[in-house]
Design a protein around this ligand. Structure first.
Ligand code: SF4
Length: 209
C-alpha cells in the first residue's frame, strides 16, 4: 500500500471495504429491518467459528474513499450497518460523521475490543472471550449479543451483562453450526433468566446475505 493511501486509511478517510449490500438485518433488535451493510476488512480477534474469516486480512480489501462509500449507501437505505471484520480497528469518525450529515442512521456491530470511535445511533456489542470489550463500549452498548457455542458461554454472557448499562437489551444467539445443540439450552436459559432474549440469525433461514 502506498504511503499516502496508508495515511488516509490510518485517519479513517479511506477504509478497507470488503463488501457492501442492501438486505434485511437478520439479528438482534433491528431484525426484519431493511438496511445497507458496509463490511470493513480487518479483524484480529480470532473466533475459531467466525463465518467471515475472509475479512480478517485487511490487506485483501481495497482502501476505499469514504465519500464513495457514503454516496453508494445513501441510494439504498436510511439505516446503515457498519460491520466487519472489526470496524473499530479503524477510526470510524469520518465515515459516521458523513453518514450522519446525510441524515442516515448509523449502526455498528462490534466485538468492542478497540477504542470506540464514530457517531452511533445503535451499538450492537458482541463480545468475544479472546479479546474482551473496552469499558467504554460496554457502557454505551444498546444491545449485547452473546454468541453461544457451548455451555460456558452462559457464564461469559452473565459476566458481560454485568458491565453494560441498565437499558442495554440482552440477547443470546446460537452459533450457527451448533444451533441444533445449543438452541434447546438457550430456550431453557431464557425461560429461567427472562432478562435475556433469544436472537436467531434469521437471514440465514431466509437465505439472504
Ligand atoms: S470478532 Fe467477528 S469478524 Fe472477528 S473473528 Fe470474531 S466473529 Fe469473526
Amino acid at each position: 500500500m502506498k504511503n499516502d493511501v496508508k495515511e488516509l486509511v490510518n485517519k479513517g478517510e479511506m477504509l478497507p471495504l470488503m463488501e457492501e449490500f442492501y438486505t434485511i438485518q437478520g439479528e438482534g433488535f433491528y431484525k426484519g429491518t431493511a438496511a445497507y451493510f458496509i463490511r470493513i476488512g480487518g479483524c484480529d480477534v480470532g473466533c475459531h467459528w467466525c463465518d467471515v474469516k475472509e475479512s480478517w486480512n485487511a490487506n485483501l480489501h481495497p482502501p476505499t474513499e469514504i465519500v464513495k462509500i457514503v454516496e453508494n449507501a445513501k441510494k439504498y437505505s436510511d439505516t446503515i450497518v457498519i460491520t466487519g471484520g472489526e470496524p473499530l480497528m479503524w477510526d470510524m469518525e469520518p465515515l459516521t460523521s458523513q453518514l450522519k450529515s446525510e441524515g442516515l442512521k448509523t449502526h455498528i456491530e462490534t466485538s468492542g475490543a478497540y477504542k470506540l470511535t464514530g457517531v452511533w445511533d445503535w451499538i450492537c456489542l458482541s463480545p468475544k472471550k479472546m479479546k474482551l470489550p473496552t469499558e467504554e463500549v460496554s457502557a454505551k452498548a444498546n444491545e449485547l449479543k452473546v454468541i453461544v457455542y457451548n455451555k460456558d458461554d452462559f457464564r461469559f454472557a452473565e459476566e458481560q451483562a454485568a458491565k453494560v448499562n441498565s437499558d442495554c437489551i440482552l440477547y443470546l444467539q446460537p452459533e450457527w453450526s451448533k444451533r441444533d445443540k445449543v438452541v434447546p439450552l438457550i430456550v431453557d436459559y431464557v425461560m429461567a433468566n427472562p432478562k435475556w432474549k433469544v436472537s436467531l440469525q434469521t437471514h440465514k433461514y431466509l437465505n439472504i446475505p
